[in-house]
Design a protein around this ligand. Structure first.
Ligand SMILES: *[C@@H]1O[C@H](CO)[C@@H](O)[C@H](O)[C@H]1NC(C)=O
Ligand SMILES: *[C@@H]1O[C@H](CO)[C@@H](O)[C@H](O)[C@H]1NC(C)=O
Ligand SMILES: *[C@@H]1O[C@H](CO)[C@@H](O)[C@H](O)[C@H]1NC(C)=O
Ligand SMILES: *[C@@H]1O[C@H](CO)[C@@H](O)[C@H](O)[C@H]1NC(C)=O
Ligand SMILES: *[C@@H]1O[C@H](CO)[C@@H](O)[C@H](O)[C@H]1NC(C)=O
Ligand SMILES: *[C@@H]1O[C@H](CO)[C@@H](O)[C@H](O)[C@H]1NC(C)=O
Ligand SMILES: *[C@@H]1O[C@H](CO)[C@@H](O)[C@H](O)[C@H]1NC(C)=O
Ligand SMILES: *[C@@H]1O[C@H](CO)[C@@H](O)[C@H](O)[C@H]1NC(C)=O
Ligand SMILES: *[C@@H]1O[C@H](CO)[C@@H](O)[C@H](O)[C@H]1NC(C)=O
Ligand SMILES: *[C@@H]1O[C@H](CO)[C@@H](O)[C@H](O)[C@H]1NC(C)=O
Ligand SMILES: *[C@@H]1O[C@H](CO)[C@@H](O)[C@H](O)[C@H]1NC(C)=O
Length: 861
């Protein structure tokens, strides 16, 4: 508040008393932009204009970008705009990240994106953007992450993207991109991730990609690629996932031998690619977790060489393979899925596949050998627990000898796909004590810990396993380590396998219970930002077994949204409407508001004589006399009484203090700053006490109702308490808290020991002692600890009137309180004049020292 009003004074605006509403708006806009320009760093203008152009080409049905019209992008919290935290050499702030995940945006990507010259993260994931990828993105030399997956983009990939020197990640999967992978992409010397699956990319994979030094994931599955498989891809020194499923390579294409000896590979997936020839020897791939060569035309025998011990999944089904099942599939401790169905395999099935699994073995093993020509099982046909065998369509089934084998020849039943990880640990916690959006954390070490979790939609794009439960725990460790959270803060609400296969999960992240903080049931704002940026900036390290992840959603519960959001704007407007209806001679009138340059401010009427606090602290030349102080008390109580009884709905001020009581040119007291005002609770029909319990105690130390502080129950008596403290200030001239001394306590002590006049302010001249005594008694009553012992505001007002009537007739300046009928608190325009004798000479108030009052009062939110 003070900083901004100070700015107005500095700019010489303090004397503009006559403000029309229109002038207020123009003034605000003009002044705030001046201030921003003069003192605060701003966004580089070219980037501001680029952002405006970018917005114009988007369609934003949910108005998620409505704040993009207001203020400066970097300093006014534009949705999704994240900037450098300091100015760079050119003196400007620069847009570093554009994070527009999952906002229902449609429309096109503007070529103006290319003017965001310092952008590092460009994120439009999971929207409905159409049109093509502008080639101008290739101008952003700083770009690290290009995240456009999950849209409806068409057109081809611009060559220009291949010259981005800092690009780490291209995610354009799940669009309708056509045309070839540009050969220029072989220049992307820093790129680790090509995620281009589920498009219509066509043509030959450029063999030149083999020279990419850092590529880790090459995902080109579900496209329309043709040509041959370049043997050069095996030269990539860091490749871990090569996934090309569901493409249609030219007839006669074989799997290059070189693919079988890529030392770094974890996953080779070439399902349904129209491949011919034989299966390569993969024994040199030391860390292979996942091998899928199914649904091709591969022929010949399965190589008998050894297979990586870590393998979880082998799928060679739907080919033309012949010969026998090799012993190399035996004793693989982590094997979960061996699928050789729909081939021409013959001979006997080595039971060592399931017999030789060690104690370490993953829990489930499924062996699918359907539709081959297998005729026997070598060794025992007794299956250990958790091993499933499918043999239907083999010779062994036509002359089934044992019951076991008849069982294996049956038809598969469909399994449940969605698994909710149920838990009972919180069922004993009383549900009514933890209402939505709060939830009991199922994983917290603290019993019945009630908090608001952050929900995260998350998907493993290319996992290295086919059965999740054995990897649940390692996954939780991996993710919480990556996020720097405790293991117990993560709860996997559900998971589901999707086509791909991909593993979709719904996660909940809980804050940590902190005994010394009563706000530990929420993440703080910086923690929310940190966690979000861990996901959206791909700052969680890659994992071999879990593969790349996708962030599907990160939707904050309403309780986490603050300033700058639509919510805040709506609240502000509601408040304005409420305040603009209030007119009373003892309330400072709201003249208008500014909602510009990202700042929301209230503009109050000009108050020539500043705050009561200034006058009591001796900042002014002449101290206030007792009669004047009494008049100020009467005026203040009448203003507050109006708020309590006449305003509809009633308003509790919540922050009454000497610096919120302003004095106009005629020394009429006006209560100011309804910034903290909230609608008063409405009693329910039964007449029971309204259960209005707020979670945050608002107010100013020294003025705070002790009972409100303890119970958080706000009543009209909280204002009575605060006003009582102001009365004590009027009587003693002291501040509510000075050097650790509490005014209420000091006055009570003096009063109890019969020494009350020792604390009365000596500067207020002579006064009728019986009036002061009555006033002191009233103030002390107002400041009782117990709500019920305090008088109502109406009683306060009546008592003050009684004191006024006890004052000598000569105190003419009390006239103003007689003049208006206190019972009839109608809408009195703030400018209504009354003839009041000014206790100061005119020269007293024209001094420059006085101009430092609150003129006009601006309350930023
Ligand atoms: C500003 O950002 C840089 C990196 O962008 C970071 O290293 C630095 O800690 C940040 N400074 C502050 C004060 O946040
Ligand atoms: C997107 O649109 C859907 C339906 O129109 C709505 O439920 C959802 O809240 C919107 N999401 C956002 C972030 O606006
Ligand atoms: C990718 O495309 C395949 C084939 O059209 C489809 O089955 C799969 O669901 C798609 N995946 C995603 C994540 O869109
Ligand atoms: C795939 O490419 C072929 C040519 O190789 C073309 O005829 C066909 O239309 C393409 N299909 C799609 C869905 O783009
Ligand atoms: C297998 O996996 C483990 C951890 O999952 C890893 O430490 C090891 O290097 C992998 N490779 C081999 C050959 O065991
Ligand atoms: C094998 O072929 C049958 C019949 O076409 C099909 O139903 C089954 O799903 C196939 N098995 C696998 C593992 O693809
Ligand atoms: C299976 O284990 C037995 C001993 O437990 C061993 O003799 C045999 O060679 C193993 N077979 C294979 C294929 O590993
Ligand atoms: C479990 O696996 C580890 C490493 O793979 C191995 O050293 C250990 O002997 C295995 N334990 C059993 C009981 O097979
Ligand atoms: C079989 O699976 C069940 C449930 O997943 C598990 O409790 C049990 O330990 C497993 N048995 C073996 C031998 O792995
Ligand atoms: C926010 O929460 C985190 C984690 O609990 C804590 O480390 C950090 O100090 C908190 N920051 C603030 C500003 O309170
Ligand atoms: C922008 O957001 C930050 C953090 O949420 C907040 O501290 C700041 O006041 C907001 N600024 C504006 C102008 O809304």
């Amino acid at each position: 508040m003070l900083q901004n009003s100070a700015e107005f004074r500095n700019l010489g605006m303090s004397k503009s008393k006559v403000w029309t509403l229109g002038a207020v708006f123009v003034g605000c806009f003009f002044l705030s932009s001046l201030l921003v320009g003069a003192q605060n760093p701003i966004t580089q203008p070219e980037e501001v204009s680029a952002l405006r152009t970018i917005k114009r080409s988007l369609i934003d049905p949910n108005k998620n970008l409505s704040n993009w019209k207001r203020g400066d992008p970097c300093t006014s919290n534009w949705t999704g705009v994240i900037c450098s935290n300091t100015t760079l050499d050119d003196g400007y702030l620069h847009v570093q990240e554009l994070q527009l995940l999952n906002l229902n945006l449609s429309g096109n990507l503007s070529p103006a994106l290319g003017r965001l010259s310092h952008l590092e993260i460009l994120d439009f994931m999971w929207n409905k953007i159409t049109g093509s990828i502008p080639k101008e993105i290739g101008n952003i030399t700083t770009l690290k992450l290009l995240l456009l997956n999950g849209n409806q983009l068409t057109g081809s990939l611009p060559d220009e993207l291949g010259y981005l020197p800092n690009l780490n990640r291209i995610q354009i999967d799940q669009n309708n991109i056509s045309g070839p992978v540009p050969t220029s992409f072989a220049n992307l010397n820093k790129t680790q991730h090509f995620h281009m699956n589920n498009n219509s990319i066509s043509g030959q994979i450029p063999p030149e990609l083999g020279r990419l030094p850092y590529l880790v994931h090459l995902l080109l599955d579900n496209n329309n690629l043709s040509g041959y498989l370049p043997k050069e891809l095996a030269q990539m020194p860091n490749i871990t996932i090569l996934q090309l499923d569901n493409n249609h390579f030219d007839d006669g294409t074989t799997i290059p031998e070189s693919y079988g000896s890529i030392p770094t590979l974890f996953k080779l997936s070439l399902r349904n690619c129209n491949l011919q020839g034989s299966i390569p020897d993969v024994s040199k791939i030391r860390n292979l977790y996942y091998l899928d060569l199914s649904s091709n035309h591969l022929s010949g025998p399965i190589p008998t060489s050894t297979i990586a011990k870590n393998i979880t999944t082998i799928n060679l089904s739907n080919n033309d393979l012949s010969g026998t099942i090799p012993a190399s599939f035996s004793g693989l401790p982590f094997l979960q899925d061996l699928t050789l169905a729909n081939n021409s395999l013959n001979g006997s099935i080595p039971s060592s596949i399931w017999q030789n699994r060690t104690q370490n073995a993953s829990k489930h093993l499924t062996v699918d050998l359907e539709n081959n020509s297998l005729d026997s099982i070598s060794g025992s046909s007794d299956l250990p627990q958790n091993v499933t065998l499918w043999l239907k369509g083999n010779r062994i089934c036509s002359n089934a000898s044992s019951n076991n084998i008849v069982l294996f020849c049956g038809t598969k039943s469909e399994n449940e796909t969605t698994i909710s990880t149920a838990t009972n640990s919180t069922t004993s916690c009383p549900p009514q004590a933890c209402p939505p959006p709060y939830e009991y954390s199922p994983t917290s070490p603290i019993d019945c810990f009630c908090a608001v979790p952050l929900p995260v939609g998350y998907r493993l794009k290319s996992p290295g396993f086919s059965d999740f439960p054995p990897y649940l725990e390692p996954f939780e460790v991996y993710l919480t380590n990556g996020l720097s959270l405790n293991l117990f803060q993560l709860y996997i609400n559900s998971f589901e396998w999707e086509e791909g296969p991909r593993l979709r999960m719904y996660l909940k992240l809980y804050p940590v219970y902190n005994v010394s903080s009563n706000s530990s049931n929420l993440f703080n704002a910086s923690e929310v930002r940190r966690i979000r940026s861990m996901f959206t900036g791909w700052r969680i390290a890659d994992s071999d077994i879990f593969g790349p992840y996708e962030l599907i959603s990160f939707t904050l519960p309403d309780i986490y949204k603050n300033e700058g959001s639509l919510q805040g704007e709506k609240e502000f407007l509601t408040e304005i409407q409420l305040l603009s209806r209030l007119h009373h001679r003892n309330l400072v009138s709201l003249l208008g508001y500014c909602d510009e340059e990202g700042e929301q401010m209230l503009v109050y009427e000009y108050m020539a004589n500043g705050t009561l606090r200034d006058h009591l602290s001796g900042k002014t030349k002449e101290p206030l006399g007792f009669a004047m102080r009494l008049r100020i008390a009467i005026g203040s109580s009448r203003g507050i009484l109006y708020l309590h009884t006449e305003a509809d709905p009633p308003i509790f001020h919540r922050d009454i203090k000497a610096s919120n009581i302003l004095l106009d040119s005629k020394f009429i007291a006006k209560v100011a700053d309804f910034g903290l005002s909230r609608l008063a609770p409405v009693p329910d029909i039964e007449g029971a006490a309204p259960a209005h319990v707020s979670t945050v105690v608002k107010g100013t130390p020294g003025y705070l109702d002790p009972e409100y502080f303890l119970t958080h129950k706000l009543t009209d008596k909280s204002d009575v308490y605060s006003l009582g403290v102001v009365f004590l200030e009027l009587l003693t001239g002291m501040q509510p808290i000075t050097h650790g001394k509490n005014l209420v306590r000091e006055v009570n002590i003096a009063h109890q020991s019969g020494m009350i006049f020792s604390v009365i302010d000596g500067r207020m001249g002579s006064y009728p002692s019986e009036c002061v005594e009555k006033f002191v008694n009233l103030a002390i009553k107002c400041c009782q600890d117990e709500t019920d012992s305090r008088p109502s505001m109406a009683e306060v007002f009546r008592t003050l009137e009684t004191i006024r009537l006890m004052m000598p007739e000569s105190e003419t300046f009390l006239a103003e309180s007689i003049e208006t009928n206190p019972e009839k608190m109608s809408s009195t325009p703030p400018s209504s004049s009354s003839v009041v004798k000014n206790p100061y000479t005119s020269s007293d108030i024209s001094g420059s020292g006085l101009v430092s009052g609150v003129i006009p009062t601006i309350t930023p939110r």
